[in-house]
Design a protein around this ligand. Structure first.
Ligand SMILES: Cc1cc2nc3c(=O)[nH]c(=O)nc-3n(C[C@H](O)[C@H](O)[C@H](O)COP(=O)(O)OP(=O)(O)OC[C@H]3O[C@@H](n4cnc5c(N)ncnc54)[C@H](O)[C@@H]3O)c2cc1C
Length: 479
């Protein structure tokens, strides 16, 4: 059992890594390690070393040397994670294992409509290559994660209502365990049906590198829609969000790809520098919803139009604006980019059964107004999946670490989890940002089972885990 972390890494160990990983395989603090040490929402730490293996065998060697040298390893994909789990702690003793050079395999099986790709391929690269064959991997996010990161965080995004999350698209993985044998688990296969008992693939999905390093994955890909159409809509004053979702699901059928919320406080952020975008919205003082449909023929626009008209006939719709799909999406993409830079602010990524989303919003707003009247809630997100991104803009000067945060976290999470049977982490996973919620809301027997599995895969605690034996040391939180 490893119980101490060396602050600096011995030169002979660095040499051993370098011998195994070859030129460019090892970066030291003398190199510029900035992009491996800070995440997009500014969580940061210090890496003792960055390892960049090129193949599964080099991942095995990396883990073997780390284990025998008493080093902690943090797997890292494209470092776009939002919960602080992709950056090392501040000790300077952790080793980042970047998967960016794991790119040897990119195998499109057109007949099976599957792709097997090494962990380092990014989502944007995958989309570019698949587009040449009229295909795409239907995960739509504002970031550019890689294959290993997408599997490890179970990326979801704006198209879940139609295509599901990564777990739903995933057919198999290859992963290296940090155990003494350097076991490689390989379930890579274009097989859509396999009912042979425990599915080891699931061990690595959404578990954030807790059980092993994902080196490749096989996923189902889909034909690119031939036509897309979108609209921003505002609902009639008495219309309920769930009835609107149900209407558009029924009238658009499986062509409905996105259903996104933007609350008035989110719309207000566009005033000033982005005012030109306001005219693309049907109103600025009420919720707006972005709806997209995608079809395999040219009917998208007509279908959306019919669906909007029938919503108006049913008294659900107040107004709608249509237009170029990408320019309508610009609004949805700009708001999170603004909130990310907002300070002081706290952000939450929660979910409830989707029929409960309006009730959740009302409870949150009422309770926040009663206990924290100076906090401004900004709501957006994939509401048709029951997801809600909640950003709390705090009065200037409020510390976002310590008392205030814990008070607000507790209020938000208690309402979501205990009041509405929801989750404190809808999409972004668990990390230093929310591991206190993991301990509070995930039942003990489940945590214990996960820990027992972790010990089986990682008996010497080589991998950094947010809730395991080798939990993250302190890392710097966003100011
Ligand atoms: C602007 C923006 C928008 C976003 N929108 C969404 C969204 O709509 N939906 C959504 O789900 N997420 C979203 N995210 C979050 C983020 O992009 C996803 O969590 C993404 O899947 C992380 O992948 P990554 O490759 O960047 O992994 P990283 O951030 O590098 O790592 C994330 C976690 O996975 C582990 N890990 C990474 N690679 C491996 C591997 N090969 N083996 C084992 N463990 C590994 C890391 O240790 C860490 O715990 C957004 C982020 C940004 C910045």
């Amino acid at each position: 059992m490893i119980d101490t972390v060396p602050a600096t890494i011995a030169p002979k160990v660095i040499d051993e890594f370098a011998r195994e990983l070859g030129p460019g395989g090892v970066l030291t603090p003398e190199d510029d390690l900035g992009r491996y040490e800070a995440s997009p929402n500014l969580w940061s730490g210090r890496a003792g070393l960055v390892l960049r293996p090129r193949c599964t065998e080099e991942v095995r060697s990396s883990l073997r040397i780390a284990r025998s040298s008493n080093l902690q390893v943090l797997p890292q994909g494209a470092n776009s994670g939002l919960v602080g789990a992709s950056v090392p702690d501040v000790s300077g003793g952790q080793v980042v294992l970047s998967t960016e050079r794991l790119r040897s395999s990119f195998l499109l099986d057109a007949a099976s409509r599957t792709l097997t790709a090494s962990a380092g391929w990014t989502l944007a690269e995958i989309q570019d290559r698949l587009a040449e064959d009229g295909l795409r991997f239907p995960i739509e996010v504002g970031s550019n994660p890689n294959v290993g990161g997408m599997v490890s965080t179970n990326t979801a995004g704006a198209n879940v209502i139609r295509y599901g999350d990564v777990r739903k698209r995933l057919l198999g993985v290859q992963a290296v365990l940090p155990d003494r044998a350097g076991t490689v688990i390989d379930t890579l296969s274009p097989l859509r049906k396999r009912n042979e008992g425990f599915d080891a693939t699931q061990l690595f999905v959404g578990t954030q590198g807790r059980y092993g390093v994902v080196t490749a994955a096989t996923v189902e890909v889909d034909p690119l829609p031939r036509a897309r159409a979108a609209a921003w809509i505002s609902l009639a004053i008495n219309a309920d969000l769930s009835s609107a979702v149900a209407h558009f699901e029924r009238s658009c059928g499986e062509t409905l790809t996105s259903f996104e919320l933007l609350s008035p406080a989110g719309i207000a952020l566009l005033k000033g520098q982005h005012s030109r975008l306001l005219q693309r919205l049907p109103c600025v003082d009420r919720d707006c919803l972005l709806i997209e449909v995608g079809t395999h023929d040219s009917s998208a626009e007509a279908l959306l139009q019919r669906s909007l008209e029938s919503a108006a006939d049913k008294g659900l719709l107040e107004d709608a604006t249509t237009g170029d799909v990408e320019s309508l999406w610009e609004i949805r993409r700009i708001v999170p980019a603004i909130t990310e830079r907002m300070e002081p602010a706290l952000s939450y990524d929660v979910s409830v059964p989707r029929g409960d989303i309006s009730r959740l919003r009302t409870t949150l707003r009422d309770c926040l107004a009663a206990s924290f009247p100076s906090v401004i809630p900004i709501e957006l997100g994939h509401v048709a999946d029951g997801g809600l991104h909640l950003i709390l803009a705090l009065p200037s000067g409020t510390p976002t670490v310590g008392h205030e945060q814990v008070g607000l976290d507790r209020l938000v999470f208690d309402i979501v989890v205990q009041g509405h049977g929801g989750s404190f982490s809808a999409e972004h996973g668990v990390g230093p940002k929310n591991h206190h919620a993991y301990r509070r809301y995930v039942p003990e027997e489940l945590r214990l089972l996960r820990e027992q599995l972790r010990q089986l895969c990682d008996p010497d605690d080589v991998l950094v885990g947010w809730a395991g034996q080798r939990a993250h040391g302190p890392i710097l939180m966003p100011e």
